[in-house]
Ligand binder design. Structure first.
Ligand SMILES: NC(=O)c1ccc[n+]([C@@H]2O[C@H](COP(=O)([O-])OP(=O)(O)OC[C@H]3O[C@@H](n4cnc5c(N)ncnc54)[C@H](O)[C@@H]3O)[C@@H](O)[C@H]2O)c1
Length: 266
């Protein structure tokens, strides 16, 4: 079987979110045992029938929480092979009638810290704990989930949602998103060469935006920026996740795989 993951044990951070659930499904389909670690666990029974699926409370900002999940997985499975750093904060920036707090001029240090702590520090802490285990125990795979905005700047015209708002006050994609996603590429490269004797591979996957019934004006605008003329379907990253986590990609490390319908080429 290509992209075989049978008997591989994995942790997916933010595994209960929109794409995290797809990543869980991708690994389960290839035979992996999947631990989905999140601060918000699923109430639905989507994975009810999957004997190889377990969800666990994990806060990626806490080294203690990460270490306790590593120990839990080792107690139950005796091994772990794959870490997917996927957790992030979906930036919801407060707004009042006159000030948009997503804008750089108004972006607070506390909001900056909150987002960096999950998206970047969380990936660092999980890589530190799991990568070190991999290096001491025969190897493993780290996959960082970045974004097309790891290699291009956000086109802020996309986020103008009210024509009555002056351009200088319109909401924007916050600075933290670009900083976190670009930094994840640097983290990936660093990790890929750090444990040279430890057989630890690290790559990044940079997805473009997934279509989930966003407002039609937004979709029309973003489609014009994508050579393929559409946003991604939610299941279109599955094969890439399977490939990057399996031995089929065993000669690949330190790379940022960009799957964005060609958006970053234009
Ligand atoms: N959805 C997209 O179109 C898209 C596009 C490109 C990249 N991405 C990236 O893919 C990843 C997943 O995105 P998504 O759309 O599924 O987002 P999402 O908000 O649905 O999922 C993120 C998950 O992370 C969890 N999380 C937040 N803080 C955490 C913490 N401290 N510890 C553990 N888990 C925590 C959340 O509870 C949530 O379940 C993110 O890194 C995102 O930036 C998404």
């Amino acid at each position: 079987m290509s992209n075989d993951l049978s008997k591989k044990v994995s942790l997916i951070t933010g595994g209960c979110g929109l794409l995290g659930q797809e990543h869980c499904k991708a690994l389960l389909e290839k035979g992996a045992i999947v631990y989905s670690g999140d601060i918000k666990l699923l109430k639905s029974d989507r994975f009810h029938d999957e004997k190889n699926y377990k969800q666990v409370y994990l806060d990626v900002t806490s080294e203690k929480s990460i270490k306790s999940i590593l120990n839990k997985i080792l107690n139950q499975e005796n091994r772990v092979d794959i870490l997917i750093n996927n957790a992030a904060i979906d930036s919801k920036v407060e707004k009042n009638s006159s000030i948009d707090f997503s804008r750089l001029e108004n972006f607070s240090l506390s909001q900056w810290n909150r987002e960096i702590e999950v998206g970047l520090t969380g990936a660092f802490l999980c890589s530190k704990v799991f990568g070190n285990y991999f290096a001491q125990n025969g190897g493993g795979v780290i996959l960082n989930i970045a974004s097309d905005l790891s290699v291009i700047s956000p086109d802020q015209r996309l986020y103008l949602n009210d024509k009555n708002i002056e351009k200088k006050n319109q909401p924007v994609k916050p600075i933290t998103y670009s900083v976190i996603k670009s930094a994840l590429v640097g983290l990936t490269k660093y990790l890929s060469t750090y444990w040279l004797d430890g057989n630890v591979r690290a790559n990044a996957l940079s997805p473009g935006g997934v279509f989930i019934d966003q407002p039609s004006e937004f979709v029309e605008r973003i489609e014009k920026l994508i050579p393929m003329g559409r946003m991604a379907n939610i299941n279109e990253y599955k094969a890439a996740i399977q490939f990057l986590c399996s031995d089929d990609s065993k000669y690949m490390t330190g790379q940022n795989v960009i799957m964005d319908g060609g958006r970053s080429v234009w």
